[in-house]
Design a binder for this molecule. Structure first.
Ligand SMILES: [Zn+2]
Length: 516
């Protein structure tokens, strides 16, 4: 305890004069962390052009290239592990829809997007031509007896009406179970494919399919034998779920009425017009796929063999089956913008830090902390020489856990892994006029965990979940750049002080007190 305050005192002297407007003892680089730069990075990463940055998709690769370019511009050294590359590759297995062999055609149009596919047990390509037939909500009495040579269309989860599938108890997973049951029934009728019409524009299926289905531009991934979250089992036969726009078009062609809320009224005569078409689904596998992390280092001076790591995940949830991207502005364009701006501050500060600083942007976080897991198993800086990981994930919003002027931190003062690293952060938070709240509920939920798992002291800054968490509404215009600036400064200063200190951070265990 005492030794720590001595270190802080010595370190504070070494900082020299603080820039105008900064707290006493602040490193000069702190002024280089500006909301303008944070905004620039976050708005790019959270733009529609990156399509929600799903791991291994072109949008996530674009994010990685943007980050690598920024590191290169700052003249940081590549630390991807390969030859002079900022990119660290890690292996994945990928299941995806062949774009040439996957579409649904009706009404003279061939649709190659706007749907989700749950593969069937038989992985052979499916190509079925015939007339579509309206089968209500798939209850046996609604399904025509003569189905051979036809393609069944089943309404799934429409609000109210005859469907009766909607309602809080029947949403999401229940609807998928319902689809699986219909798929089994259609298999018993010798069908090879079933089309589900998702008419409700607010259907929970639009989010749900994100985890368990294949989309034309979104694959399912497997890392070291571990599947992505909640990946569903295959259905009895191929299920193709049409997004609301396509569902409306198909059902209207079949003589149904679909109102704005997605309520479906069956054809009044009981008979629908004939609609010819085709469904093709080709599921492919790629066992030699990979995704990337981005890693760079700024060499220290007198303690250069040891490093402080700053980490943030660049990936997010991709684009929904209806084409709406999960922009992931808070999660985690905000923390990645923090990482990039912190790198700018270190590179632009008057004097370099004593310890080296490693900057690590990972992918695969949303799928199970895969990128940071790979890094912790294949570190490009010796793990034993990493003295701390400072992780930022979601730092741009006020939430219940972190209202204005507050950020949540884990391991907190009440956590067994509380350390002098977090204590340093708490002292700096005080100087920046900020309050810390207990973020221990997130201890294993972001990338710092993979460093903690290996015995590296960590500190994790996070605002916590909010109404837009993992929703398509997590937009950049909802970010509070002033808040981001304060948290990024807190993270930067904590890392800087750790890089300058005589000793490495030490675990203290739960102390019940942030600062003494
Ligand atoms: Zn997330």
């Amino acid at each position: 305890m005492r030794a720590l305050s001595m270190i802080l005192l010595l370190a504070a002297n070494a900082f020299g004069q603080a820039a105008p407007g900064l707290p006493a003892g602040a490193p000069d680089g702190l002024a280089l962390i500006t909301r303008a730069e944070l905004k620039r990075h976050a708005e790019f990463l959270a733009s529609d052009a990156l399509g929600g940055r799903y791991t291994g998709t072109p949008g996530q690769v674009k994010a990685a290239e943007y980050i690598a370019k920024h590191f290169a511009k700052l003249r940081l050294q590549p630390l991807g592990g390969g030859k002079r590359s900022f990119l660290q590759q890690y292996p994945l297995e990928r299941t995806y829809l062949d774009p040439k062999g996957t579409s649904i055609a009706f009404g003279g149009k061939n649709h190659t997007t706007g749907f989700a596919v749950i593969p069937g047990k038989d992985s052979k390509p499916v190509r079925v031509s015939g007339s579509f037939v309206y089968c209500g909500t798939g209850n046996p009495e609604q399904v025509p007896k003569a189905l051979l040579g036809r393609i069944p269309v089943v309404v799934l989860g429409a609000p109210g009406g005859a469907a009766g599938d909607r309602g809080s108890m029947m949403r999401g997973n229940r609807l998928v179970q319902r689809a699986a049951a219909v798929s089994r029934d259609m298999a018993s009728r010798n069908m090879r494919v079933v089309v589900f019409a998702v008419t409700d524009p607010a259907s929970s299926l639009l989010d749900n399919m994100n985890y368990r289905a294949l989309l034309p531009e979104k694959h399912l991934l497997e890392y070291a034998g571990e599947r992505g979250p909640r990946r569903a089992e295959a259905h009895a036969i191929v299920s193709l779920l049409l997004a609301p726009k396509g569902s409306r078009a198909l059902l209207t062609a079949l003589g149904c009425k679909v109102d704005d809320a997605g309520v479906v009224t069956p054809p009044s005569s009981g008979k629908s017009p004939k609609v010819a078409g085709r469904v093709s689904v080709h599921v492919r596998e790629d066992k030699k796929f990979h995704a990337v992390n981005v890693c760079a280092v700024l060499r220290g001076t007198s303690r250069a063999t040891e490093a402080v790591v700053f980490s943030a995940h660049m990936d997010h949830m991709g684009t929904r089956m209806d084409g709406d991207p999960f922009n992931g502005a808070d999660d985690n364009a905000s923390g990645t913008a923090g990482l990039l701006t912190i790198a700018s501050a270190f590179a632009g500060a008057q004097s370099p830090p004593k310890r080296s600083i490693v900057f690590l942007a990972v992918s695969g976080e949303e799928l199970g902390l895969w990128g940071s897991h790979w890094y912790s198993e294949h570190p490009t800086w010796p793990l034993g020489q990493i003295v701390a990981d400072v992780n930022t994930d979601m730092i741009g919003r006020d939430t219940q856990l972190s209202p204005k002027g507050t950020v949540s931190v884990t391991p907190s003062k009440d956590h067994q892994q509380f350390s002098t690293l977090v204590r340093t952060a708490a002292e700096i938070a005080g100087k920046l006029g900020m309050t810390l709240s207990n973020g221990d509920t997130y201890y294993s939920r972001s990338d710092h965990f993979n460093f903690a798992r290996k015995g590296v002291p960590v500190v994790f800054f996070c605002d916590g979940e909010h109404a837009d968490y993992h929703k398509v509404t997590d937009h950049a215009d909802k970010l509070d750049f002033a808040k981001m600036e304060r948290i990024a400064r807190l993270a930067y200063w904590t890392g800087w002080q750790t890089a300058q200190a005589a000793g490495r951070p030490k675990t203290l265990g739960a102390t019940g007190s942030w600062t003494k």
